[in-house]
Ligand binder design. Structure first.
Ligand SMILES: [Zn+2]
Length: 107
């Protein structure tokens, strides 16, 4: 059978989805804030504390969940996995739409 580049791409994308199993929803947010302690380095308003969150829609309502420093890199990657998953799904759907339209033409 001649190889179809669309089908090869679709197969490659489908096989890549397993590596995205740890994906997390929402967007990764970095905030800078002061802690309020007058003697802290942040009191000058310049050397602020970084605070990380993921903001997620839960049952249609926006929620923000704090990300502890120890999990920042992991969670950042897990949120990126969701973007890659969505991009793969969009590409697969585009391929399948083209195939559907072609299928109709050939009826
Ligand atoms: Zn502080």
């Amino acid at each position: 059978m001649p190889s179809d580049p669309d089908l090869e791409l679709r197969g490659r994308l489908i096989r890549s989805l397993g590596s995205l199993r740890d994906m997390l929803p929402g967007s990764f947010v970095e905030r800078q804030r002061t802690c309020g302690r007058p003697n802290c380095h942040c009191a000058d308003g310049k050397n602020l504390h970084a605070q990380y969150q993921i903001s997620v829609l839960v049952e249609g309502k926006p929620k923000a969940f704090h990300v502890p420093a120890a999990l920042v890199e992991q969670v950042r990657q897990q949120v990126q996995m969701r973007d890659r998953f969505d991009a793969a799904a969009a590409t697969i759907c585009g391929i399948n739409l083209r195939r559907f339209l072609k299928q109709k033409e050939d009826l």
